[in-house]
Design a protein around this ligand. Structure first.
Ligand SMILES: Cc1cc2nc3c(=O)[nH]c(=O)nc-3n(C[C@H](O)[C@H](O)[C@H](O)COP(=O)(O)OP(=O)(O)OC[C@H]3O[C@@H](n4cnc5c(N)ncnc54)[C@H](O)[C@@H]3O)c2cc1C
Length: 626
């Protein structure tokens, strides 16, 4: 039985003629027997559950801490995502430790809490990494199947590219020229191009091409090569459920809720995995204030995301003995990589006022524009509400730095290397090779038509603040794609309700700030290009005209003006914590399948790579079954 894209109503195939519904009560959940238990019904967890239950003889139970948002229009309306972030109903609302090298601030670490996980609250940008990112994975793990060719079928498998009428005639603006080779037509996650964008976004692409001198050779931005500037695909369904967010719960759970072999329990917080003779046997969780333990006869799949996956491993006695001892947890399986290798993309940027008469999404704060857009969305699910900002691009470091600067940067990486283990040294080599490659996408840039306050990027409730009265603004963002800095996520207590300590290690390597600062210099040139200058008025961030005039000033600026790009990875890395079949080293019957397993970072937003990892993970499990 394939994963389908149909709707959920109209079936009565349950026992005694009752409706079967995978989303079930605690009594029903605990009365079943499971071959597999999936911890976390997020981006990866929903995919695993759906793929395994394609076989009617396999039973799967999913345990998710948050609620189901399948009937929640705040989640389904694409452009409402800023209203979800920082709200406890949708977001775990965790924070980092103070970041010494990033303004000494404590940073919000948003994570989706609910069926669909972070895919339910994210910005919906549908982006794939560069071919060489995955080749780097193959290199550091010594397993070719984790390279681009091995993963490409799984990118296609999860995706449906919806047909839309394109507003721009420029194929470089919507670069999807290799439809059959790289895009899916039957996958659970719908993707589409926006049907609304501002003229300023087109100007940005033109100005960026001119300033960078990047050749307009991009054929298909989802083919492993996305060097250039374009309007990206978003995870917005424009065929089955027009204008709504397409995410893990709508793609993988909703069409399959009538499968009798699938059970999903929401509002159930997993507290630990119980091991017997180093074999994962059952999952302990709380629901409605009560404690439960449910066994799995074949395997337990941990898909709780980059923060809680290492937390649950450590709570279960799997990790670095020193970390566990400090938290008062007996060590059952030593696995020192758990919670190490944490990486994030940092996002910096410039904020400009727009000249009078030029609209951005900030116009939604005015009654007239708001009413028109609400009507458009109600009428045919079009307009701003269905079209969150997708204007982006990728440039190489080599195109924003001089040959001398590149030489100095590489020398600085080597001189102040943070890499200690062979794994870290291999990763560092991959990054150095990328920095010197003029065709490699080291920096991601965005033109987001609204105010994003990078001065307050540490606090996500203020990041999306209102522009000054009477003004509309645009944010020109720049993100560092392959950080050298590493952080950690570790428990500090045996109490599962105490969030783990999250140290993203922002700018622990000074070179990261240097690279991002070079990107900022380039961004200022784009803003000064006549195509952009005709729309931009005063600059709010950085305020003073010479705020970016020297490298020193630029570095100082980026260190104090960043936000997470929400692309956390690496805390149960491939080759370190899990083997290349995703099995936790030293434990039987336990795999990790989510963004924690990324060994190194990829250029661009990571949801599609998470889906690809989950699709591949499901096949790895099946390969052991049959
Ligand atoms: C605000 C935001 C914006 C983003 N924007 C984009 C974007 O535009 N494009 C893009 O490609 N990527 C984006 N990302 C990143 C991307 O969405 C995530 O990297 C990806 O979805 C992570 O998938 P995952 O399966 O690893 O974890 P998640 O999807 O977070 O799933 C983990 C699940 O486990 C559950 N869980 C955790 N602990 C427990 C527990 N103890 N018991 C039971 N359940 C538990 C959680 O509630 C959650 O449902 C964004 C992320 C965020 C947060």
């Amino acid at each position: 039985m394939p994963v389908t894209n149909g709707h959920t109503n109209g079936h009565t195939n349950g026992a005694n003629g009752h409706d079967v519904n995978a989303l079930c009560s605690i009594d029903e959940f605990t009365s079943q027997k499971y071959d597999f238990l999936v911890i976390g019904g997020g981006t990866a967890g929903c995919c695993i559950a759906a793929r395994l239950t394609e076989d009617p003889n396999i039973t799967v139970g999913v345990i998710e801490a948050g609620k189901s948002f399948l009937d929640d229009s705040n989640v389904s309306t694409p452009s409402l995502y800023p209203t979800l972030i920082g709200r406890k109903e949708y977001d775990w609302c965790m924070t980092s430790t103070p970041q010494q090298n990033a303004g000494g601030k404590v940073y919000s670490m948003p994570r989706g809490k609910g069926l669909g996980g972070s895919s339910a609250i994210n910005y919906l940008m549908y982006v794939r990494g560069s071919r060489n990112d995955y080749e780097g994975w193959a290199e550091v793990t010594g397993d070719k199947s984790w390279g681009w060719e091995g993963l490409a079928p799984y990118f296609k498998k999860h995706q449906t590219l919806d047909h839309t009428e394109l507003r721009s005639k420029d194929p470089q603006f919507h670069p999807h020229g290799e439809l059959e080779k790289y895009h899916g037509t039957e996958g659970p996650v719908h993707t589409s191009f926006n049907d609304w964008y501002m003229p300023l976004e087109v100007d940005f692409a033109e100005a960026a091409y001119e300033v960078s001198g990047t050749k307009r050779t991009i054929k298909d931005a989802w083919s492993g090569d996305h060097l250039g500037f374009y309007s990206s695909l978003g995870a917005v369904d424009r065929s089955n459920d027009r204008g709504r967010r397409s995410y893990a719960a709508t793609g993988y759970i909703k069409p399959n809720v009538r499968r009798p072999n699938l059970k999903v329990l929401t509002e159930a917080h997993v507290t630990m995995i119980l091991l017997e003779n180093k074999t994962a046997k059952s999952v302990e969780f709380t629901h409605g204030g009560q404690k439960y333990e449910v066994p799995a006869s074949r395997e337990i799949i941990l898909s709780a995301g980059v923060i809680q996956t290492p937390q649950i491993l450590e709570l279960s006695g799997i990790g670095d003995p020193e970390v566990l001892q400090r938290a008062g947890i007996p060590c059952i399986v030593e696995n020192k990589g758990v919670g190490a290798n944490f990486q994030d993309h940092v996002l910096g940027g410039l904020l400009y006022d727009l000249k009078p008469g030029i609209d951005s999404m900030d116009a939604l704060r005015g009654d007239e524009f708001l009413k028109a857009q609400q009507e458009a969305y109600e009428k045919d699910q079009s307009g701003v509400y269905a079209s969150p900002g997708m204007m982006m691009g990728f440039i190489s470091y080599a195109s924003v730095a001089t040959p001398q600067e590149i030489k100095e940067t590489v020398a600085a990486v080597k001189k102040n290397s943070l890499a200690k283990t062979d794994f870290e040294k291999a990763q560092e080599k991959v990054i150095v090779d990328q920095l010197t490659d003029p065709t490699f996408a080291n920096l991601q840039t965005f033109c987001i038509p609204c105010r994003l306050d990078v001065a307050k990027g540490s606090d996500q409730t203020q990041f999306f603040g209102a522009p000054p009265p009477g003004k509309q603004q645009v944010s020109l963002l720049m993100c560092l794609e392959h950080p050298l800095s590493r952080g950690t996520v570790h428990v500090t207590s045996a109490d599962p309700m105490v969030p783990p300590q999250i140290d993203p290690g922002y700018f622990r390597s000074e070179v990261d700030a240097k690279i991002l600062a070079a990107g900022m210099k380039w961004m200022e040139q784009v803003a000064n290009h006549p195509l952009m200058a005709k729309s931009l008025a005063d600059r709010e961030l950085p305020r003073s005209d010479d705020g970016l005039s020297t490298e020193e000033k630029r570095i100082e600026y980026v260190k104090n003006h960043i936000s997470t790009q929400y692309h956390l990875i690496g805390t149960a890395a491939l080759g370190q914590v899990v083997d290349t079949k995703l099995k936790v080293k030293g434990v039987n019957g336990l795999r990790v399948i989510d963004a924690s397993i990324f060994p190194g970072h990829v250029s661009g937003n990571i949801m599609s790579t998470t889906y690809a990892v989950a699709e591949k993970g499901a096949d790895l499990i099946k390969a052991d079954l049959y």
